[in-house]
Design a protein around this ligand. Structure first.
Ligand SMILES: Cc1ncc(COP(=O)(O)O)c(C=O)c1O
Length: 406
């Protein structure tokens, strides 16, 4: 793929390119002469230098989410962080007879839903809340679902398919008098939306480097250090990362995550405002095409627009949009084909879910690219809609909602 023929990248929610500054920060820690020491080798300078770099990165991660640095546990990404948080917290509580009930939602990432499903097979009871039509879970719903034996509530911050933001600060306030701990999957929001772990009172929070211009294969789980929150580890070994995640630390990856967090924090206000403006341009452009349904409203992450195109075949539209690198539904679950569980939970019929695309923008997206993308969609719809019997009925005055039984 050459730069001239490369499709316009509109899949930043799936992954982001590595920021050049991050690559530069990582390189010394991969070179032969310096930086290769094992951070656990405290007996010599090689190890001590590596350990200092890890601790520096730990502080950079903590700064992005306004949390204490000693709560940061490095993992391989948000999937592992979600699993460690959910399996770790619930197994720890169940083993001590403190309860076995978990509250989460139908629109969570499959890393959260998969961990909940695993716990169900281990004897936990899982309540998965139903979102409203815009994809939002209301704090009152969580309040009603809470029981005396609830040990964990896991609700994501920004949804990876729609960009809908949940009020996790309000959730934390709700849970303050309750012994259940709050886990938040912030893989999509970290670096794009302000997060204040300490002020809000979040107990566990997952992030991933490759969603914020860092390298793939590294992320973090923040685990409340005071009062100390205990988790059952997923693996056993040399006791690194307070025993929660043993194994020799990948220093270059950790340095990359730290630098990505530093950059994200430095640019947070400006970049988030720029993305909100671009997102409004994209949303407005698509809406102006008429036959489109945009998902999610109210408080939204700045980088995602999820749009359904009624009266066209999803696969045909996907072929027509070959010049755009987009996701049909969510790339994060593309290993499991079929209609998206998020859109289904929001009440979308499968026929409409299958012609839904996620446009996600980021650091290198320009206004011109957004306009080009809208024009490409307009052209594709112009070609495809005349072929659809539904479109004919729609032109004859039948409302879209009736056509798709929405
Ligand atoms: C909300 C959310 N959680 C978790 C993940 C998994 O992250 P990772 O790829 O770092 O395992 C993703 C993306 O794939 C995501 O969007």
């Amino acid at each position: 793929m050459s730069a001239e023929t490369a499709p316009i990248y509109l899949d930043y929610a799936a992954t982001t390119p590595l920021a050049p500054e991050v690559l530069e920060a990582m390189l010394p820690w991969m070179r032969h002469q310096v930086g290769f020491g094992n951070p656990s080798s405290s007996g010599h300078a090689y190890g001590r230098e590596a350990a200092a770099a890890v601790e520096h990165a730990r502080r950079q991660v903590a700064a992005l989410i306004a949390a204490d640095a000693d709560g940061v546990v490095f993992t391989s990404g948000a999937t592992e962080a979600d699993n460690l948080a959910i399996l770790g917290a619930v197994r720890f509580a169940m083993a001590r007879g403190r309860g076995r009930h978990v509250v989460s939602s139908r629109t969570e990432h499959s890393a959260v839903l998969g961990a909940c499903e695993r716990l169900r097979r281990e004897g936990a009871e899982i309540t998965l809340l139903q979102p409203d039509r815009s994809g939002r879970i209301h704090v009152e719903q969580v309040g009603e679902a809470l029981r005396d034996d609830t040990v964990l509530v896991s609700i994501m911050h920004a949804n990876n398919e729609t960009g809908v933001l949940q009020d996790v600060a309000a959730l934390a306030r709700l849970l303050r008098p309750h012994p259940a701990v709050l886990h938040v999957d912030a893989a999509q929001s970290a670096g794009r939306c302000p997060i204040r772990v300490r002020d809000w009172g979040i107990d566990l929070l997952s992030i991933s480097a490759h969603k914020l211009y860092g390298p793939k294969g590294i992320g973090a789980l923040w685990v409340r250090p005071r009062p100390r929150l205990r988790l059952e580890p997923l693996q056993y070994g040399g006791g690194q990362e307070r025993g929660y995640r043993p194994g020799t630390l990948p220093v270059h990856q950790i340095v990359g995550l730290g630098e990505a967090c530093r950059l994200a924090l430095q640019d947070l206000t400006r970049e988030s405002a720029r993305l909100h403006t671009l997102r409004a341009r994209l949303r407005g452009g698509l809406e102006a095409l008429g036959s489109v349904r945009i998902h999610g409203d109210g408080d939204m992450a700045p980088h995602i627009v999820s749009a359904s195109f009624p009266c066209v075949h999803g696969e045909a539209l996907s072929l027509e949009l070959g010049g755009l690198a987009l996701s049909a539904g969510s790339a994060c679950s593309s290993a499991r084909p079929g209609p998206s569980h998020v859109l289904r939970a929001m009440g979308l019929p499968d026929s409409l879910a299958s012609s839904t695309f996620r446009f996600s923008i980021g650091r290198w997206t320009s206004a011109e690219q957004v306009d080009e993308a809208v024009a490409a969609v307009a052209n594709a719809l112009e070609r495809l809609q005349p072929l659809s019997p539904l479109a004919a009925r729609w032109r004859d005055g039948e409302p879209l909602d009736a056509l798709h039984e929405y």
